[in-house]
Ligand binder design. Sequence first.
Ligand code: FES
Length: 85
Amino acid sequence: MPRLVKKTAHGPHQVGDKFICMCGLSKNQPFCDSSHLKTLKENEDKLYWYDEEGKPEEVATEEDCEDECCGKCSGDCCQEDKKTK
Ligand code: FES
């Protein structure tokens, strides 16, 4: 079962001489592999999806659904819409 986890960190947490990945993108979990550098260009007001190759895609947010459901964001209306399809 897939699982979406929201991560907002843009860098690692240092424990002794180790750097623990806090962004969720490292291919060497739980350690940082510098993949967090990809997050530095993110817009704080947007939500991003990273594919298996680590390429980011901007995802619509609830605020994008002002007058009618966009059918693709993380807002309640779109999530309900997906359940009915
Ligand atoms: S904090 Fe995730 S790769 Fe560096």
